[in-house]
Design a binder for this molecule. Structure first.
Ligand code: CA
Length: 262
């Protein structure tokens, strides 16, 4: 094989050039064909998840420890991470989720065993995309995975004119292009960090400003119709938005209906 410098780029197959080209290709392919990383220490549940996801045509890599799962997420660039909250060893699912989120926006589906874990899972502290409470049916998990992946593959609905779309809602600015929420203070507006779903919910409310929306409408509009979760999820996210954006956000509870952004 001649050295790379002597051949055209197209014909070059020396290691370093393949590597450089490979990085780009992997980036592109990961979006389509990356594996699903599963971190679950219960072998029966892990096997079941593995079996059903493979049946659906996914590539699956499973780990029973948080540390190994975290390494795999960095190495494999998965298209989805399924993460058990209760993991043995020094790193539980919360910690793994937090560390993944510090570096990546890969969708994360958490497996929770207790109701009280749900608030933490969905809050910005962790920023997981969704959760399934144990015991769950493989069919339910499979449906959730499909919904998350479909959503992740969709271009944002505001893609035609993203930069120009800034909705001013009282003291709050919702910048759909930058996916940023800002609160006007004295002087410059301050950016408020929101989790993915929190921003999606805010954007949906802002687009439907003045309309009373039921929890089910919000679930359908923000989480998608394939989402099997309960309406409590909406309340948790509304609570987060109110907490983070403060009284400048005129987000009303409409008794017997749901919520309305004024
Ligand atoms: Ca466990």
């Amino acid at each position: 094989m001649p050295p790379c410098a002597r051949v055209s780029k197209e014909n070059c197959s020396s290691d370093h050039h393949t590597f450089l080209t490979g990085v780009r290709l992997n980036d592109l392919m990961a979006a389509e064909t990356g594996p699903i990383v599963v971190v679950e220490d219960d072998p029966h549940i892990a096997d079941l998840i593995d079996m059903y996801l493979r049946r659906d045509g996914h590539r699956v890599i499973s780990f029973d420890r948080g540390e190994a799962g975290l390494e795999a997420v960095e190495r494999e660039r998965p298209r989805l991470v399924i993460l058990d909250v209760g993991l043995p060893g020094g790193m539980d699912g919360f910690e793994v989720c937090r560390r993944i989120r510090a570096k990546s926006r890969v969708p994360i589906l958490m497996l929770t065993a207790r109701d009280e874990e749900i608030d933490r899972v969905l809050g910005f502290e962790l920023g997981a995309d969704d959760y399934v409470t144990k015991p769950f049916s493989p069919r339910e998990l499979s449906a959730r995975v499909k919904a998350i992946l479909r959503r992740a593959d969709e271009p944002p609905s505001d893609s035609p004119l993203p930069a120009a779309q800034v909705l001013a809602i009282g003291a709050v600015e919702v910048d759909l292009g930058r996916r940023e929420a800002r609160v006007a203070g004295s002087g410059t507006a301050e950016v408020v960090a929101l989790a993915t779903r929190e921003f999606d919910l805010l954007a949906y409310l802002a687009r439907n400003r003045g309309l009373a929306l039921s929890r089910q409408q919000l679930l359908d509009g923000v989480w998608g119709r394939g989402w099997y979760g309960d309406e409590r999820t909406v309340d948790v996210h509304v609570g987060q938005l109110r907490k983070k954006l403060g009284p400048g956000l005129q987000l009303r509870t409409v008794w017997g209906v749901g919520y309305r952004l004024d």
